[in-house]
Design a protein around this ligand. Sequence first.
Ligand code: ZN
Length: 230
Amino acid sequence: MFSFKALLHILFPEVCLTCQKPLHTNEHLLCTFCSNELPKTNFINYPENQAEKIFYGRVKIKQAAAYFWYNKKNIVQELIFQLKYRKHEEIGKLLAYWVAYDMKQSERFKNIDCIVPVPMHPKKLRKRGYNQLSIFGEILAKELGCNYDETVLKKIKNTVTQTKAGRTKRWENVQNAYVLAQIDTSKYEGKHILVIDDVLTTGATLEACTLALQQIENVTLSIFTIAMGV
Ligand SMILES: [Zn+2]
């Protein structure tokens, strides 16, 4: 006798998000082949990694890491595209479990008190319906046993899409776009905040967010992104 789940699988086989091949019952979202192809950076374990170096001389952070290498035609690009534009929050969940597992094994990402995502402008948030970082951040925080807080930072300028802009242009776009929200931030004084984003490219957005958060007294800041441009 088939279980209901097995029957559903036969009637509506799930396909791999990236190669579209039918998934086996023990696979979830990605087939085993595609999962193994994911280009991990292993930055979680390594100080002075390339993600960290981006911020040298710009903002004071404790540490930074990006989880995958990102490029235009790889699986990671597809994953992030799906997460952003196709409401595939399941991807955020799966990624959070992977990242949490690695962070718990590492000495570097201990003692985080709160995870804060790069905020979206309210207009954009209304249009898309959700911040693609929410599920990822919530699950990661739960797994690490810390808070998740979307109310600390606010985006006050609706910047144009960053994809084609160069470094100077991007910096102009994001300058002053992020501010501390008008909330009581005293609970974060002396705490360690992990700022998260999906893709790290020039670092301008994260630099702007970090500068805003530095107004909190004695705060320690670290940065984590799902991927980093090659
Ligand atoms: Zn696949």
